[in-house]
Ligand binder design. Structure first.
Ligand code: NAP
Length: 337
């Protein structure tokens, strides 16, 4: 059986680790002391919006605070936030044998490349987590929305593919993961809108004015991608180019069109909201900031995404996080005109 190591035991890491361990896969999680204590007391419980429920006792997986405990893993999944990727790469470089495949299951475009530069002796691949994971406390991790994992198509990942499938998380394999990551980024442009609204995702996305903020950011990102020759993959029911139009429709029509998107746990928030709440650095530079950087390389303006970056910077420093939809839309429209 394939031994799976997970570096960065938080929401995504514990959810994937809990599901794999529940399927009998040997799992080692590397994370912080706080979660080590919680999981040593409660084990790991995974649930999802469709009724999945599994529990693994503390002796059915290994949890460590030391990267060295991943030395015997057959494959390592990296599930830290983007700001911690370089540290993760340096820690893994010291302990992984040459040839151990590493998969970045992170948002953003360049995390796999950052890891690859630090891990020249290990093949690094991109993966993508399409769903939201909520840390419910006491070792409970809940998948709050739909979607299948996506994974780079490579024979070296076949064992991981098999174990994920056995755990009920069969990934979709993709030959062009950058396109998938850009497709996911279009959805993640909602993260700052959600974080600035202070609302759960479902409440925020139910309001047209917030969706219009997202549509502005998506239109701008699509123009930048088009100019850069990037063709984002379709990661939702509608093609990427339709997303801004779908966001723009009135609330009643949106509820009908996007029932899958709104099938989110009523309490789920974006991880950017959680980062602000915990006083941590957000992933804004790896999401909207990526659009701004790409636009700058092309000499194009990207004022809406640049403004969202600035508002999140301000929020990181203790600034406003209770924007109404109309106020945020007015702010972004003024910026973009
Ligand atoms: N959460 C979601 O719903 C979701 C869904 C799809 C994709 N994603 C993406 O998946 C990635 C992970 O997100 P997440 O929400 O799972 O993050 P998270 O909950 O913050 O989990 C990462 C964990 O790794 C720990 N960590 C960081 N550096 C470490 C180190 N050197 N040694 C040991 N532990 C370390 C962090 O601790 P500290 O906080 O103390 O640093 C944190 O507990 C992100 O790129 C995110 O955008 C998240």
């Amino acid at each position: 059986m394939t031994r799976i190591g997970i570096f960065g035991a938080g929401s995504v890491g514990c959810y994937l680790g809990g599901r794999l361990a529940a399927a009998g896969v040997p799992v080692t999680l590397v994370g912080r002391e706080r979660l080590l204590r919680i999981t040593a007391e409660h084990g790991l419980t995974t649930t999802d919006y469709q009724g999945h429920h599994a529990h693994v006792a503390p002796d059915e997986f290994r949890f460590s605070t030391r990267a060295a405990d991943l030395a015997d893993a057959d494959v390592v999944l990296v599930t830290v936030k983007s700001a911690a990727t370089a540290d993760a790469g340096r820690a893994l470089a010291e302990v992984l044998p040459a040839g151990t495949p590493v998969v970045s299951f992170q948002n953003g475009i360049h995390n796999a490349a950052t890891l690859q530069a630090l891990l020249p002796d290990q093949p690094v691949f991109a993966g993508m987590v399409p769903f939201n994971v909520l840390d419910r406390g006491q070792g409970g991790f809940h998948q709050g929305s739909a979607g299948a994992l996506e994974l780079a198509r490579d024979t070296r990942l076949m064992p991981l593919f098999a174990e994920l499938a056995a755990a009920g998380l069969a990934p979709v394999c993709h030959a062009d993961m950058p396109a998938v990551l850009w497709g996911k980024l279009l959805l993640n442009l909602n993260n700052p809108v959600n974080a600035l609204s202070g609302l759960p995702l479902r409440d925020e996305l139910s309001q047209r004015s917030f969706r219009r903020c997202l549509a502005l950011a998506q239109r701008e990102a699509l123009a930048v991608m088009s100019a850069a020759g990037i063709r984002p993959a379709r990661v939702t029911a509608v093609p990427p180019s339709w997303l801004p139009r779908v966001m723009d429709v009135p609330d009643a029509l949106f509820r009908r069109l996007a029932s899958r998107m709104l099938a989110i746990d009523p309490l789920a928030r974006s991880s950017m909201w959680e980062d602000l709440e915990a006083g941590r650095r957000t992933e804004i530079d790896w999401i909207n900031g990526e659009v701004v950087a790409q636009a700058a390389r092309l000499g194009m303006p990207a004022p809406v995404n640049a403004r969202l970056v600035a508002l999140i910077r301000d929020a990181e420093a203790g600034g406003r996080r209770d924007w109404s939809g109309p106020a945020l839309l007015a702010e972004l429209t003024a910026t973009g005109s």
